[in-house]
Ligand binder design. Structure first.
Ligand code: SF4
Length: 495
């Protein structure tokens, strides 16, 4: 046969011997092993295949070998293209670092008109003086935010109850909108409100500035009213009526909500989720009690173990999936955040689950008194008398805030990939360091993962999600993939 210009197939065949790429692993059960790598790819192998893989015995052309190669768990010989692809995926996952914090939280007032036992911000009574942000400080805070490098930012109003200081909130948004356009920056707005004070004026303002509304709904009226007491009336009746008004006037999807689980919520997952469906909400964020503010004191009355919460979470997730299978659209927002981290190459701006930590790197908080903190949790701690994570004041420069000693200690303890316990954990590509929580719960900014309740919860939820992905039929997979476009507002946290 005449010479051709093509090499034979043997030239392109992979050599028999492959090189495993760096990976971490976790035994899901007696027969399945989860492998992950730094770029966030995962594979679930049976134990015999895993043993063959790590011993270099996988046949070169086998399906498993090709699958692992496509996910960068192995390569044949020195392969710069594979290394470049892995580096590019890793850069994409960490892209949130490139322009600094995008979430800027403002506390216009610490006053609140509700008396929730689990309040994590140590709110002040509605008539308390001296806990509103003076406008001069608000203006300095806006200038400080706009001096940050990010070109698009979210301005989020927390409290207390920000609608108790509505004139200030409106002035701040108007000022920020004007200044941001001069600075060439794009702003979006979120208000975290208990929605008990809503007026037509507020609705007009939300419409004008396209403000996302994040609220709390803890379930049916007996549960919500018990958790979120409100003098003289049922807070549940007011909130569901105002959710309806927002949906009517601003459109479906204008309100996102979360529920905080207390001991009274356990065992009532289905009723709570049904309540969300009844009021036209299409996502629910299941939040456990936080170890800050009043919640840290009311633990005996309303608290529970991490295992109790995880059982509640699993029951809720199962029910949300069943609802979707029956044609009712409902998203569990925490699962959606984790799935986006597991199934897409992109990072997610959720402070607790970032590495390097989102505290200071993803979010900055401007308190009513002009102090600047590394996160919402940092100011919660400050209200408890501990200002360890104060970054400075609104009169400081951006550079001094971001390079000061507090940010340096957060940076040192905030890279999960380098922390004891996390560094060899298979879930670390999707998890976070959360140094402030570990400082609060364990008295150590680095933390001790074997006894960390954060770590325990994370591991249980990750295992649940990987089991779900491993067993998912086509319908379940299509439901989970449909959750990946969760909007940022869905993960904001009203106090
Ligand atoms: S906190 Fe726990 S689950 Fe998360 S990466 Fe660290 S060891 Fe793993």
């Amino acid at each position: 046969m005449a010479n051709t210009h093509f090499f034979g197939p043997d030239t392109f065949a992979s050599p028999e011997q492959y090189l495993p790429m760096p990976f971490r692993f976790e035994r899901l059960d007696g027969n399945r092993v989860l492998l992950t790598n730094s770029s966030g790819e995962y594979a679930i192998l049976s134990r015999p295949i895993f043993d063959d893989f790590v011993s270099g015995r996988l046949p070169a052309g086998s399906g498993e070998c090709l699958e692992l190669k496509s996910r960068s768990f192995l390569m044949h010989g020195a392969d710069p293209a594979t290394l470049r692809a892995v580096a590019s995926q890793w850069r994409t996952k960490k892209a949130f670092l490139e322009s600094g914090p995008k979430l800027h939280i403002f506390v216009p007032t610490l006053r609140c008109n509700q008396g929730c036992g689990y309040c994590q911000v140590s709110r002040a009574e509605a008539k308390t003086a001296g806990v509103d942000m003076p406008f001069e400080k608000a203006r300095s805070a806006i200038d400080l935010m706009l001096s940050a490098p990010a070109s698009s930012m979210t301005m989020e109003f927390q409290g207390g109850e920000p609608l108790l200081a509505f004139d200030l909130v409106r002035r701040m948004v108007e000022t920020a909108a004007e200044r941001s356009s001069l600075a060439g920056k794009t702003l979006s707005y979120v208000i975290c409100t208990n929605l008990t004070l809503l007026t037509e004026q507020h609705i007009d303002f939300f419409r004008k500035f396209n403000v996302c509304i994040s609220t709390s709904l803890d379930g049916p009226s007996d549960l919500h009213d018990r958790n979120r007491p409100f003098s003289g009336a049922s807070s549940h009746a007011v909130v569901v009526e105002n959710i309806r008004r927002c949906h009517d006037d601003l459109g479906p999807g204008s309100v996102s909500a979360l529920m905080t689980a207390t001991r009274n919520s356990l065992g009532r997952a289905e009723e709570i989720i049904d309540e969300y469906v009844r009021h036209g909400l299409t996502s629910i964020f299941l939040r456990e009690l936080n170890p800050y503010g009043f919640a840290s004191k009311s633990g005996k009355a309303i608290g529970y173990s991490t295992d109790d919460f995880v059982a509640f979470y699993k029951q809720s997730l199962r029910y949300v999936l069943d609802l979707n299978r029956s044609g009712v659209r409902m998203i569990e927002a925490y699962a959606a955040i984790l799935l986006r981290k597991i199934l897409t190459p992109f990072g997610v701006g959720f402070v607790d689950l970032q590495s390097p930590t989102g505290e200071g790197f993803g979010v900055v908080l401007y308190n009513y008194d002009g102090d600047v903190y590394a996160s919402d949790e940092a100011r919660m701690l400050a209200e408890m008398g501990d200002k360890t994570f104060r970054l400075g004041s609104v009169s400081d420069s951006w550079i001094s805030i971001m390079t000061g000693p507090t940010m340096q200690s957060l940076a040192a303890a905030g890279v999960a990939e380098s922390l004891p316990g996390c560094s060899d954990c298979a879930f670390v590509p999707y998890c976070g360091a959360d140094p402030i929580r570990h400082y609060r719960t364990q008295g150590d900014i680095v933390g001790h993962r074997p006894t960390s309740t954060f770590c325990h919860k994370q591991k249980e939820i990750f295992r649940t999600l990987f089991d779900l992905l491993d067993a998912a039929d086509e319908e379940t997979m299509s439901i989970l993939l449909g959750w990946l476009n969760l909007r940022r507002s869905c993960v904001s946290s009203p106090s």
